[in-house]
Ligand binder design. Structure first.
Ligand SMILES: *Cc1c(COP(=O)(O)O)cnc(C)c1O
Length: 383
């Protein structure tokens, strides 16, 4: 583990500890109040109305800024709210580049808003030189990156896309949900804005839906996003912020344990006769292996594979992997992208993105690895 890693863990553990001005509570309290009393009109405190600012939301925002290495964070109600917020930086004439295999609901939102004339949009192939050369023929205002991709774990080169976007005078946005700041820090590769579905690894316990937008350096953009977050009302709730800050404290420990399990599961599946393809950046056979080794601090805890056999029989035997959407919790989950997370993309876009009917995605949890492997072995036997 690098020193930086330890420091990040310390930041998460110590975030807002011992800052309670009222009673010196060690853990920051939860401020549910929608409004704050003003002592006198001449001297105003930072908090007046909770849509605008709230101390619990600020505590989470500060922790996320510290972990990603940015100047400030807008905490939002969901990952989709985070993307919605970012898209409000755009004018109708602006061109947005986004991956053709983006997160299903993000793909839907981008396409729907572009059709309404909110901005111009090009879905691009971020994984090949020819794809990128074609994409950047016209200078974009914004390039959205999601790496590793969902569900095939393709790896996009953040530094390369950032260089091309900056040359065109545009902004680089990176969805860092799949790795979290413990395994990937997009700002160090040139991203201008990072966003998260904090629903996933950051909260990490599958009991909150939330999001965040973190700005690297540009104070004007941060102010613009804060104004929009307040005006749109896309803000995260104090209770959700409290829960997410609590989950965040163990992020580094969880992510590394889950990753260790994922490496073992990937190695096991790669050799299994009923598995036709496996997608995990930690494997040498993966197309993004070398790039991931450079860009990421680990391959992460997400993987997908194609199964030769009866998917329903296989799933019925899986007691250690809940069949459910979402990812990044302490418990292992399995997902059938074609009928679950990627339904809203439509069949054509799904086919293009490689989301076939025999594909399954696993979010590896922190259970004992032997329990996970035993269960997978038994289920594969019946498939
Ligand atoms: C879940 C997810 C989102 C959307 O976040 P919500 O919190 O569900 O709104 C966006 N991007 C990625 C990569 C995700 O996994």
């Amino acid at each position: 583990m690098s020193t930086q890693d330890k420091r990040r863990r310390t930041k998460a553990v110590r975030a807002a500890v011992g800052t309670d001005p009222a009673w010196h509570a060690v853990m920051p309290p939860l401020y549910l109040s929608s409004t704050f009393q003003i002592d006198n009109l001449a001297e105003r405190g930072p908090y007046e109305y909770s849509r605008t600012r709230n101390p619990t939301r600020d505590a989470l925002g500060d922790a996320l800024s510290a972990l990603e290495g940015g100047i400030g964070t807008c905490v939002t109600a969901s990952g989709m709210a985070a993307l919605t917020l970012i898209l409000h930086l755009l004018e109708p004439s602006d061109l947005v580049l986004a991956p053709y295999d983006a997160y299903g609901r993000a793909y839907w939102l981008l396409r729907a808003l572009a059709e309404k004339g909110h901005f111009r949009l090009k879905f691009i192939d971020q994984y090949s030189d020819t794809g990128l050369a074609e994409a950047f023929a016209e200078p974009p205002r914004m390039a959205i990156i999601e790496t590793p991709s969902n569900p095939l774990m393709r790896v996009a080169d953040i530094a390369d896309i950032a260089a091309r976007t900056h040359k065109a005078g545009g902004l680089v946005i990176c969805d860092n949900t799949f790795l979290s700041p413990m395994l990937q820090r997009p700002f160090t590769h040139g991203a201008d804005i990072v966003f998260h579905s904090t629903t996933k690894f950051l909260n990490g316990h599958s009991d909150v839906v939330g999001g965040a937008v973190i700005v690297h350096k540009d104070a004007e953009i941060l102010a613009e996003l804060q104004t929009w977050n307040n005006a749109l009302g896309t803000i995260g709730a104090p209770f959700d912020s409290y829960m997410t800050l609590r989950g965040l404290r163990t992020l580094e420990v969880r992510v590394h344990r889950a990753q260790e399990n994922a490496r073992a599961i990937a190695a096991f599946l790669e050799d299994h006769p009923k598995v036709t393809r496996i997608h995990y950046p930690g494997l040498k056979s993966h197309s993004g292996h070398a790039l991931a080794a450079r860009q990421q601090e680990g391959p992460g805890a997400m993987l997908s594979f194609t199964l030769k056999g009866d998917i329903n029989a296989f799933l019925a035997k899986l007691t250690m992997f809940s069949l459910a959407q979402s990812l990044g919790g302490t418990e292992s989950l399995i997902n059938h992208p074609a009928s679950m997370t990627h339904v809203s993309m439509g069949a054509e876009a799904r086919a293009k993105a490689g989301v076939t009917d025999d594909l399954l995605r696993i979010s590896v949890g922190i259970e004992h690895i032997d329990d996970l492997l035993d269960n997978l072995k038994a289920a594969l036997q019946t498939a």
